[in-house]
Design a protein around this ligand. Structure first.
Ligand code: CA
Length: 382
């Protein structure tokens, strides 16, 4: 069973999916009839002139997002289109939203076993498979999107990711990033670390563990119930993603404070995972098509999050009903100290987690002076 490490809440995903379940089931069943449960290969090549290798490949993509979910699901649809276009139709991918072909959180097992060839998700959903996997998504006071990309593409992260996934027969690639998230919506004023004591908050994963350590109470509920819980005072606070998705959830209507930054998820990397045997059996040029589409998706999603979050932050500010404020530095310092202890303990528990965390920690340390000299000093003048 996976643990909660999501910037989206998997039960919410299932909740949303449920509304479309029957419709999706019909679509999924039709899809099965049309394509078969697993990929089919044909050797005619007659429909794909100009492609030297005659085989065509039809893959099924399962996702952990509801169908067409803003940015995340939309990106998967674009990804499939790009792959089809770039391969001249030699490789086509049919995208299924969470719950359409299989439940959202069965994507890992489906890809591992080859039931589905490819999936979109986030590595921290699979922390129950190997704790080290959450480092490839996001962790409290970890890396931002730019730094995650630098570590994965250019500083050994990708190789470690492949090492952790290898026993599961999975080939991972970065396939999106949320950017820095928001700390969340609070109906309590947070002025000192003392104010975290007794705070009832929806905050999953490692962030939740940190809040608990700070004296708070973590209350996880289906995503569709967060609004009601916050409105009725069942919870005092909730984090979700950023202004765009948060606004769509309506939190601005019922919360007093919108705090930043999202210390718990500073740059959540989304992933495209593929069945490694299926991936390895592709001709070289189709592997390049997939890698290129993943890189484009990675850039597209971050760009969408950045542009839409800025737009909706402006809307929330203009509406003027919410106090948008930074968490006080002493509060962040306290959370940071607690997070370091929790993550150190976690990394000590198994050798692979230790190996990955050693790499990411060393990278973060090296990035700090460079980032302060460049990004931070630039932003201060922006
Ligand atoms: Ca989140």
């Amino acid at each position: 069973m996976c643990t909660y490490f999501g910037f989206e809440d998997r039960i919410f995903m299932q909740h949303i999916s449920r509304k479309r379940f029957l419709k999706g089931l019909v679509a999924g069943t039709a899809g099965l009839a049309l394509t078969g449960c697993t990929a089919r290969e044909s050797t005619t090549g007659k429909d794909t002139p100009g492609i030297l290798a005659g085989k065509t490949y039809r893959w099924n993509m399962v996702t952990t997002w509801p169908p067409n979910f803003p940015v995340l699901g939309e990106g998967c649809n674009l990804f499939a289109d790009w792959v089809s276009q770039m391969s001249g139709g030699q490789l086509t991918i049919k995208v299924y939203g969470g719950g359409e072909l299989i439940p959202a959180l069965e994507a890992f097992d489906a890809v591992s076993s080859g039931t589905a060839e490819i999936a979109s998700g986030a590595s921290y959903y699979w922390a129950g498979k190997n704790a080290a996997l959450q480092f490839f998504a996001s962790f409290p006071f970890g890396l931002n999107a730019q730094q995650m990309n630098a570590w994965l593409y250019s500083a050994g992260g990708q190789e470690l990711w492949e090492e952790v996934y290898a026993p599961f027969n999975i080939q991972p690639f970065p396939g999106g990033n949320t950017g820095v998230q928001m700390a969340g919506w609070f109906n309590r004023d947070i002025e000192t670390a003392e104010d975290l004591k007794g705070l009832k908050m929806r905050i999953p994963g490692l962030g939740g563990k940190v809040l608990k350590e700070a004296g708070g109470t973590v209350i996880l509920s289906p995503g569709g119930e967060i609004y009601t819980n916050l409105e009725r005072g069942v919870i005092d606070a909730a984090e979700w993603i950023g202004p765009y998705h948060d606004y769509k959830m309506g939190f601005h209507q019922i919360a007093r404070n919108y705090y930043y930054p999202g210390w718990h998820e500073p740059g959540s990397t989304l992933e495209i995972i593929m069945n490694k045997l299926k991936y390895d059996s592709l001709p070289g040029h189709l592997k390049e098509v997939l890698k290129t589409a993943c890189a484009r998706l990675n850039m597209w999603m971050l760009s969408e999050f950045e542009a839409k979050n800025a737009e909706y932050l402006e809307i929330i500010e203009q509406e003027g009903n919410v106090n948008i404020a930074p968490l006080p530095q002493p509060v962040l310092e306290k959370l940071k100290t607690l997070a370091a202890g929790i993550i150190d303990d976690m990394a000590e528990k198994d050798p692979l987690s230790k190996k990955v965390f050693t790499s990411i920690r060393a990278f973060k340390k090296r990035m700090r002076p460079w980032g302060r000299m460049t990004e931070e000093s630039f932003y201060l003048k922006m």
